[in-house]
Design a protein around this ligand. Structure first.
Ligand SMILES: Nc1nc2c(ncn2[C@@H]2O[C@H](COP(=O)(O)OP(=O)(O)OP(=O)(O)O)[C@@H](O)[C@H]2O)c(=O)[nH]1
Ligand SMILES: [Zn+2]
Ligand SMILES: [Zn+2]
Ligand SMILES: [Zn+2]
Length: 233
């Protein structure tokens, strides 16, 4: 149970206290955003359930674009395993150990940025704590929100966790290499997303085979240029 958000329990964290926390977080997020913009770094908040394949996706992304200067932070309750995996894949990564918190907040990310040379980066991934609920309500200063949803999680997840998918600029359907072995109707997932995402967008990927990675990287490049944060060339 997270002591900041109380995971929506208003007895544990009263509404007015939670609103004050979120307002403070928004100020810290604006500060982070100013850092990213200053250095022309396109920042991505990558969210999704535990084990959805977030770290594997980032490893595959780094492998697919060895020339892109990628940095990142990985949020985890108790280990720095993911940051070590990202570093091994060539991403300049730091770890954020959140202890009891089930989401990252902007202050944690700002603290981690002290260890990152933003001037040397083009792209920055914030791998959030595996959780489909509260990460969506904490702005971190990112340019875009991306949600990893794996094919093994069930077709109904967009409708069951609408807050997460409503905040998403893109959903990556991960582990698509497993589809032949499962009874999953991707069309039902698309229908669910169409009901909750303001601008529905889904890319089917598999970190294991590289399926969809080029399309995902092209989406990132397009959004980075459109944002004006990254300059062409
Ligand atoms: N078949 C298949 N397995 C995958 C794929 N991507 C990840 N996995 C497996 O899924 C498991 C979880 O992957 P991670 O990348 O650690 O997932 P994560 O979302 O970073 O996990 P947390 O950070 O703990 O929330 C691992 O056993 C991976 O090998 C994929 O594209 N295909
Ligand atoms: Zn600062
Ligand atoms: Zn991970
Ligand atoms: Zn939380």
């Amino acid at each position: 149970m997270c002591t900041d958000c109380g995971c929506g329990d208003t007895e544990l964290v009263p509404v007015e206290v939670h609103e004050r926390i979120l307002a403070g977080n928004d100020r810290d997020a604006a500060h982070n955003r100013a850092h990213f913009v200053e250095y022309g770094v396109f920042a991505v908040n990558l969210m999704g359930s535990p084990g959805a394949g977030k770290t594997a996706l980032l490893e595959a992304t780094a492998r697919a674009r060895p020339g892109t200067r990628i940095g990142g932070v990985s949020g985890d309750l108790a280990t720095d395993n993911d940051a070590r995996r990202l570093s091994a894949a060539g991403i300049r990564a730091a770890s954020i150990t959140t202890g009891t918190a089930c989401h990252l907040d902007a202050k944690m990310v700002h603290h981690a940025l002290h260890d990152v040379a933003l001037a040397d980066l083009d792209l920055f991934f914030i791998e959030n704590v595996g959780n489909l609920v509260c990460p969506a309500i904490y702005d971190l200063g990112q340019a875009v929100n991306v949600v990893a949803l794996s094919v093994t999680e069930g077709e109904d997840k967009p409708l069951k966790y609408p807050v997460m998918f409503k905040a998403a600029d893109l959903v990556l359907l991960t582990k698509c290499d497993l589809l032949p072995h499962l009874q999953v109707d991707v069309e039902r997932i698309r229908e669910g997303l169409a009901k909750v995402m303001p601008e529905p967008r889904l890319i089917e990927i598999a970190a294991t085979t590289g399926q969809g990675i080029d399309e995902w990287v092209a989406w990132l490049e397009e959004r980075a240029l459109a944002s004006g944060i990254r300059r062409a060339g």
